[in-house]
Design a protein around this ligand. Structure first.
Ligand SMILES: Nc1ncnc2c1ncn2[C@@H]1O[C@H](COP(=O)(O)OP(=O)(O)O)[C@@H](O)[C@H]1O
Ligand SMILES: [Mg+2]
Length: 254
């Protein structure tokens, strides 16, 4: 039995990937078999030769890869299939609904759910990174919210700390509530070294969002300490559900 969470964001470029990777590392440091998943990615580049050993069995020379998927795959167990870690990938780095239309593909939440179930069969913990903001369109009438709803996981909102983030955070939290999903908490990522009134913004988010602040990633060009900032968030998000899953499977096997 496994447990997963969905990493949403107040926008694109707000720190969702930083948070996803840091959580994965924090879980793995604690000995938990964890994988990341990026259901929909847009924008690719050719894989580089030095990256190939990391993706042995996962990618071949000449393959195109998305940056987020490359980072997530590098941290995911080798027995997780690339198409499960990333069921939909489009070369054009635009909104998923535009990239999918150009490629003649329909993004189906059911296919994402099937990939999730296969990964869940191989791992104890799954961290699923959304694309863009909560209502980023994936098709003529669907948005990323439909994928999150189909997966039915608790949601963690990544708030990119910059001017405008209070409005974006409150709108996102309200939209997640309308989707009837549990907002398990929020994580702040400080996007600039000199954000004015950082403490006041954090205090406003604490007061207005009404769910726990699980972590704060301070501004840092290096990602070396990211996992240590997410250690306690990983424990809060995964320990109790994994213990319950373990107890349920022990109960079933006796
Ligand atoms: N805490 C932080 N400190 C410094 N740079 C950050 C921080 N969080 C995010 N960034 C930078 O912001 C950019 C967008 O982050 P990313 O995690 O890729 O966002 P998203 O996945 O939401 O698009 C990246 O260049 C990333 O390194
Ligand atoms: Mg990302």
């Amino acid at each position: 039995m496994s447990h997963g969470i969905f990493i949403a964001g107040t926008d694109t470029n707000v720190g969702k990937t930083r948070v996803t990777l840091a959580l994965l590392r924090a879980l793995q440091i604690r000995g938990i078999k964890a994988t990341g998943m990026k259901p929909v990615a847009t924008g690719t580049r050719p894989i580089t030769a030095p990256e190939l050993p990391i993706f042995a069995g996962f990618c071949r020379i000449g393959d195109l890869i998305n940056d987020d998927v490359a980072s997530i795959a590098a941290l995911s167990p080798p027995d997780c299939e690339r198409l499960d870690v990333n069921p939909y990938c489009f070369d054009w780095g635009v909104s998923p609904h535009i990239a999918a239309a150009q490629a003649g593909v329909r993004i189906a939440p059911e296919r994402v759910a099937a990939a999730y179930e296969r990964l869940a069969g191989r791992c104890d913990a799954l961290v699923v990174e959304g694309t863009g903001g909560w209502f980023a369109p994936i098709g003529e009438c669907g948005t990323m919210a439909d994928i999150a709803q189909r997966l039915a996981l608790p949601v963690v909102l990544t708030v990119g700390l910059r001017l405008g983030c209070l409005n974006h955070a409150l709108l996102s939290a309200q939209a997640i509530g309308v989707s009837n999903l549990q907002l398990a908490g929020w994580i702040g990522s400080v996007l600039a070294p000199d954000m004015p009134a950082l403490e006041e913004n954090l205090a406003a988010l604490d007061a207005l969002l009404g769910v726990p602040r699980l972590a704060l990633l301070p501004y840092s060009v290096s990602t070396d300490n990211d996992a240590s900032h997410l250690r306690s968030a990983a424990a809060k998000l995964f320990d109790a559900p994994l213990a319950r899953a373990q107890a349920a499977s022990t109960h079933l096997s006796v």
